[in-house]
Write a protein that binds this ligand. Structure first.
Ligand SMILES: [Zn+2]
Length: 177
């Protein structure tokens, strides 16, 4: 006879033991899932804090894991970024402008220190990158000059005037070039 109600589906069932709470294997599994969900919700902060502490203590492992992830999911991540930019482009650009402006000095200093430490490596990488993308870079320069001819002329004039002034200053010192 059905003298107990299943804790999941509410249907009456005939318990096999004194502690049986569920009518079937399926409901028992669902009960376990629900208990686990409740546990996760109740211990969320604790779990997060444990994760944070572990990552702090295992920075190398954490960085390796992050690297693996970005390599493995490169295409998906790029696609997700593309979609996000399509949807929130203005907001993202504005936020990153603000972010950079707030940290300009900090960023410059970090780049300067990195260059001091790894200058040769960085310069070599930049040289190779320039070689690899030479056509693209030239094309970009051509496009920029075509689109900003006024600015380009202005810059050229400025440089010419500076040169003239420098030559005059040298002449004053008695140096002819
Ligand atoms: Zn049930």
């Amino acid at each position: 006879m059905a003298d107990r109600e299943c804790a999941i589906c509410g249907i009456g069932f005939d318990p096999a033991g004194t502690c049986a709470k569920y009518c079937s294997d399926a409901c028992r599994k669902e009960g376990a899932r629900e208990a686990y969900r409740r546990y996760r919700v109740e211990h969320r902060e604790e779990t997060r804090e444990r994760g944070r502490r572990w990552r702090q203590a295992n920075l190398d492992k954490e960085r390796a894991r992050a690297r693996r992830y970005t390599v493995e999911y490169r295409d998906e991540l790029a696609e997700r970024r593309r979609l996000r930019r399509l949807k929130h482009g203005d907001k993202i650009r504005e936020a990153s402008r603000r972010w950079e402006a707030e940290r300009r000095e900090e960023t410059r200093e970090r780049h300067r220190l990195r260059r001091l430490a790894d200058g040769d490596k960085i310069r070599e990488r930049e040289r190779l990158s320039r070689l690899e993308h030479r056509d693209k870079i030239r094309e970009r320069g051509r496009r920029y000059r075509a689109e900003h001819s006024d600015k380009v002329r202005e810059t050229q004039t400025k440089w010419r005037l500076k040169r003239v002034a420098a030559i005059a200053a040298l002449r004053d010192l008695g140096i002819e070039i």
